[in-house]
Design a protein around this ligand. Structure first.
Ligand code: 2GW
Ligand code: MN
Length: 296
């Protein structure tokens, strides 16, 4: 719960975001101990953010990986739904990373929206497919994104947009509260508990979900580079963090606090069931067929 002092900091300081009304929700935590807002439905007027970011000239790069069976299983639905709901008021470029560029579906894009396909190799271990995203993202930020977009958002592909996911989510560094953990006590967070791993942490602030992270291109480049370096150091030491890239991401956000946090309304799993604090579904986990997707 926010104190009056922290609200004043937020609305008067340099990082002012006077478009947020932190008092409008009293059933949930609307800011962190380091004064970053946690974005919930009802705290903001969507059109303000559309206007602010249009005036600033913000533009967004969305990265998504669709390797092996995940291309056919998820990509088309992800992209079509994103065209309906993701940053509709801003220029967006999709960066689709795949091992089969020829199989990327032809999606009809709205004006000011583009799609680039980048070929990547298909790692044999699925843990590597997931972890190696960090390296591929940092490389493409360096070679391309930094010249064309102000912000970057990185997504898992196994999800579907179902509601507005707009510029209120943009910030210098953005993390997402994991739908399964936002209600749970810290001791149940599944951080990496092996001291031999670079992702090791005893305690933290929240349990963040690696299915969405973002920020300015500079911040996302720093994040992906740092996570990649930790992942490679673990490989040399023959250890692997409990939840792979997600464990490294959690440690990074513990040491480098995000400036904006997304509530689980931004990535909900309907199998959790009804929760009164989830007032809108902006993005939903797609159903997963583990047997068919994880065996080859
Ligand atoms: C992943 C696991 C098992 C078999 C295949 C794959 C796989 C993942 C794949 O064959 N092809 C592929 O493109 N991927 C990409 O990696 C895809 O974009 C997918 O969304 C992403 C993460 O894999 P996913 O979605 O199956 O893992 P989740 O939903 O359990 O994700 C959480 O944990 C992961 C680490 O284990 C990541 O941190 C992920 O960001 C988390 O959401
Ligand atoms: Mn996923």
């Amino acid at each position: 719960k926010c104190t009056l002092e922290s609200v004043e900091m937020l609305t008067s300081g340099n990082s002012a975001d006077s478009s947020l009304d932190l008092w409008s929700r009293n059933d949930v935590q609307t800011c962190t101990s380091w004064k970053a807002p946690i974005i919930w439905e009802g705290m903001f007027t969507p059109s303000h953010y559309d206007q602010i970011h249009r005036n600033k000239g913000s533009s967004v790069a969305l990265t998504v990986f669709a390797v092996g069976r995940y291309l056919d299983a998820y990509l088309e639905t992800f992209l079509n739904s994103s065209e309906q709901h993701f940053m509709s008021s801003l220029p967006v470029t999709y960066y689709v990373f795949t091992d089969s560029p020829e199989l990327v579906p032809n999606i009809k894009l709205a004006p000011n929206r583009h799609l680039k396909v980048i070929k990547v190799e298909r790692h044999t271990r699925w843990q590597d497919i997931s972890m190696m995203r960090m390296k591929a993202i940092s490389d493409v930020i360096e070679s391309d994104i930094r010249h064309h977009a102000t912000h970057v958002f990185c997504f898992d592909v196994d999800q579907v947009f179902t509601g507005r996911f707009g510029p209120e989510a943009l910030g210098d560094s953005v993390a997402l509260l994991h739908a399964h953990y936002y209600h749970l006590p810290r001791m149940l967070f599944t951080y990496d508990h092996n001291p031999k791993s670079k992702a090791f942490m005893k305690t933290g602030d929240f349990y963040y979900h690696a299915a969405i992270f973002g920020g300015s291109w500079r911040s996302v480049k720093a994040l992906t580079e740092a996570c990649y370096r930790s992942i490679m150091a673990d490989k040399e030491n023959e250890v692997e963090a409990l939840w792979h890239d997600e464990s490294h991401l959690n440690r990074y956000f513990w040491l480098h606090k995000p400036s904006r946090v997304l509530s689980p309304e931004y990535c909900w799993d309907t199998s959790i069931g009804y929760r009164s604090d989830i007032q809108v579904y902006r993005l939903l986990w797609a159903p997963k067929d583990y047997y068919n997707l994880r065996t080859s």
